[in-house]
Design a protein around this ligand. Structure first.
Ligand SMILES: NC(=O)C1=CN([C@@H]2O[C@H](COP(=O)(O)OP(=O)(O)OC[C@H]3O[C@@H](n4cnc5c(N)ncnc54)[C@H](O)[C@@H]3O)[C@@H](O)[C@H]2O)C=CC1
Ligand SMILES: O=C(CO)COP(=O)(O)O
Length: 317
């Protein structure tokens, strides 16, 4: 039995896909949303147009949802630490699979490190890679990385579905940093396109951004192969080139000088700040990520950030 905690776009989409294999419980903290989803068999607020099969039990009862042995956590990253701390008793002994992409601002930890610290008696895994909730919800083919330090063969089989192909890895650090860091670069790609700098500039930013992702991840113990895979390169390509991405759209609005929609989950903003801090403390060169953090809180204009990046000393690739 599998439960998904968090009925946002991604949690709902994963529940739909997993329900191809058997019963799934989808938990929401919002009783009103639970009633609406039960009645309409749709998550109209977060994933409109995708229907919720009968194999999905929708509940606001967290105790009931936590009876499952395998629990997927699909919450915004900055809400995860408080949730884990509050419900550590319920979650201990379980296999916890984080589906979040980000770095906790307060601790600098990614999802698996956070789960290991706050629920040490649980087994921590992460599911990440190129996948828009809307695509998964429609049953379109998708490939993801499932990382778990103790190997994940049985879990890989449990979470793979006819449309969701999982590749396993033991490199949780690489997997979680790939997913977190690509969001920061996707904001940058959005800025480039919103400001009208063109496709060539976006390709340059993606490539140099990927170099920064590797530099930080390897310094923290990741395997470079993980960054070259679905969790890093794959997701970077998806989010930097699609206006389905909320991080890309956020950057686009920044670049175009448009109003920002504050109600949308844009993980890359907090992650950019966490990364800028890590880069500074670790002496790691990450000029693009640092500029994006500055752009996100208006410490710099797009013109200033562009000039600063283009006028850096010339160097070898
Ligand atoms: N939407 C997508 O295409 C994908 C999202 N993700 C990741 O999944 C995570 C969640 O994103 P989405 O589902 O898209 O966000 P969303 O904005 O659609 O939904 C977030 C959900 O979390 C719930 N929530 C917030 N705080 C909570 C708390 N303290 N306790 C319980 N529930 C809480 C909200 O009520 C909402 O239902 C993010 O880290 C995101 O990067 C990963 C891959 C794809
Ligand atoms: O992580 C995602 C796709 O893999 C979703 O990206 P956004 O959060 O930018 O929409």
């Amino acid at each position: 039995m599998i439960s998904v905690l968090g009925s946002g776009a991604f949690g709902t989409a994963l529940a739909i896909s997993l329900s191809q294999n058997g019963p799934v419980t989808l938990w929401s903290r919002d009783g009103e949303q639970v009633r609406a989803m039960r009645e309409t068999r749709e998550n109209a607020k977060r994933l409109p147009g995708a229907s919720l099969p009968d194999a999905i039990t929708i509940t606001a009862d967290l105790d009931a949802a936590c009876r499952a042995q395998t629990i997927l956590l699909a919450l915004p990253m900055q809400r995860t630490a408080a949730f884990l701390a509050e419900h550590a008793q319920l979650l201990k002994g379980k296999t916890l699979v984080s589906c979040s992409k980000g770095i906790d601002l307060e601790t600098g930890k990614g999802p698996t490190a956070l789960m290991a610290a706050l629920v040490p008696q649980a087994r921590a895994a992460i599911l990440t890679g190129p996948s828009f909730a809307a695509d998964i919800g429609r049953g379109l083919p998708t490939a993801l990385t499932l990382a778990c330090a103790d190997g994940a063969e049985a879990l890989q089989a449990e979470l793979s579905t006819p449309s969701l192909r999982l590749y396993r890895s033991a490199d949780t650090i690489g997997a979680e940093l790939g997913g977190a860091l690509k969001n920061v670069i996707a904001i940058g790609a959005g800025v480039v396109m919103g400001a009208g700098m063109g496709d060539s500039a976006r390709a340059a930013l993606m490539t140099r951004g990927f170099a920064e992702m590797n530099r930080l991840a390897v310094a923290r113990g990741a395997r470079p192969e993980t960054l070259s895979g679905l969790a890093g390169f794959g997701d970077l390509v998806l989010t930097c080139t699609s206006s389905q991405s909320r991080n890309f759209r956020h950057g686009f609005a920044l670049g175009a000088g448009e109003t920002i929609d504050q109600t949308v989950t844009v993980e890359g903003v907090a992650t950019a700040h966490a990364v800028a801090r890590m880069a500074e403390h670790g002496g790691i060169e990450m000029p693009i990520a640092v500029m994006i953090a500055a752009l996100c809180d208006n410490r710099m204009t797009v013109a200033q950030a562009t000039l600063a990046l283009l006028s850096r000393p010339l160097k070898e690739e």
